[in-house]
Structures are given as C-alpha cells and as structure tokens.
Design a protein around this ligand. Structure first.
Ligand SMILES: C[S@@+](CC[C@H](N)C(=O)[O-])C[C@H]1O[C@@H](n2cnc3c(N)ncnc32)[C@H](O)[C@@H]1O
Length: 197
C-alpha cells in the first residue's frame, strides 16, 4: 500500500507576501484554485482526474480543510494543497500574479439579505485580484443556486472588457460538488464561465 502523504496544508511563509508556488508544486504545470472548496468532493474528483495539474483548495472553515486534507492524503493526491484562509484575502494577497489557469467559485455563500450583500465575495477589488492572478486565457467558472446573485455576478463580469464569456463549465456527475449534489438537486443552477482576455 502507498504510504499516506504528509499534510497537504499550506502555511504562508509571510502572510503579507504571495506564496512561493515553486515551494509547493512543479510550476510548469497548470495551477487551479477551488475558492470555498467546502468538503472537497469537486476538488478531489477533479484533482484525481488531472494528475498533471496543481490544485489549491481554499476555505475558511478549519474543520473542512482538515477533512479534505485527510481525504486527499488517503487518495494519494500529491497534486493538491489546502489553505485555511479567508478567500478574499488569499486571492488579493497570497496568490501570485499571473499564476492561475482556472478559478472555480462554486456555490459561494450568497448572503441573500440586502443588508448582508457587503459580505459577498464578488466586488471590484476581488475582480481586480482575480484578473491580476490569472494567466492570459485563464478561466473562471462560477455557479450558484441563488439566481439574483448569479445575474449580478454575470453582469459584473460581462461588463468588464478584461473578461470574455465562454460556454459555461458543467461538471461531470462524479465532480458535482457536495453542495450541488446533496442540497440543491431540485433547484435551478446558474452557471457561467469567463476567460481572461
Ligand atoms: C455553500 S458552501 C459551498 C462549498 C463547495 N464549493 C460546494 O459547492 O460544495 C460555501 C463554502 O465556502 C466557504 N466560504 C464562505 N465564504 C468564504 C470566504 N470568504 N473565504 C473562504 N471560504 C469561504 C464556506 O466555509 C463553505 O465551505
């Protein structure tokens, strides 16, 4: 039996500077980030199917990151790393410029009440940080069951000339995220994808 990998968690050497990807991965490979990876069903399935791609899962819940870490190590997924971190901070401060080939933002918390909209991840600064950290032609896949939030994010991205809409990413059945699979099968899902121009 393959020995279990050591912890896949990432701790920045300096929390004010971008992480050194070369200390984590073979950086000649594409780098993909699952923002708010939750319990990791999507991330783990995707990483298992794409061993030549580097994956980083970011989530602010320690319990979830620990569980995904354990599962990834059991599965021997040496191409996965995990960071317990607030995603806005991670993308704006810790992800290096021009490094990300694909962002997955799947079912982010929608904060449906108007007075809570400030808590939503998508705003101008987040969009600037996504753009800064993506490689040319890098992709961003967004999905949510909260259709007003979907329309808002799609409108923000469509209005930004730095991004071009491409056909929406649809995960295969084995990649459907925990949230999609267990809780919202019965709801309509908004999906859109954009490419960095
Ligand atoms: C609704 S769940 C979706 C999880 C996963 N993407 C899925 O589709 O199953 C939202 C996840 O994002 C995480 N999350 C929410 N806001 C976050 C933030 N600002 N930074 C990091 N993680 C966040 C939560 O802890 C939770 O695991």
């Amino acid at each position: 039996m393959q020995p279990k990998l050591p912890s896949l968690r990432v701790f920045a050497e300096d929390w004010l500077k971008p992480i050194r990807l070369e200390a984590l991965f073979d950086v000649s490979r594409p780098f993909e980030i699952d923002v708010g990876c939750g319990k990791g069903r999507f991330l783990l399935a995707r990483a298992a199917k794409n061993p030549g791609t580097n994956f980083l899962g970011v989530d602010r819940m320690l319990r979830r990151i620990r569980k995904v870490d354990n599962k990834a190590r059991r599965l021997g997924l040496a191409n996965v790393r995990l960071m317990r971190m607030e995603a806005f901070y991670a993308v704006t401060h810790l992800v290096p410029a021009d490094s990300v080939s694909t962002y997955y933002i799947l079912f982010p918390d929608p904060w449906p009440k108007k007075r809570h909209h400030d808590h939503r991840l998508f705003n101008e600064d987040f969009l600037n940080a996504l753009h800064r950290t993506m490689v040319a032609k890098g992709r961003l896949h967004f999905s949510t069951d909260h259709l007003p939030y979907f329309e808002e994010v799609k409108a923000i991205l469509s209005a930004d000339p730095r991004f071009k809409e491409i056909p929406a990413f649809e995960p295969s059945d084995d990649e459907r995220s925990d949230f999609e699979l267990y809780y919202i099968q019965h709801k309509k899902i908004g999906r859109c994808s954009f490419e960095r121009a």
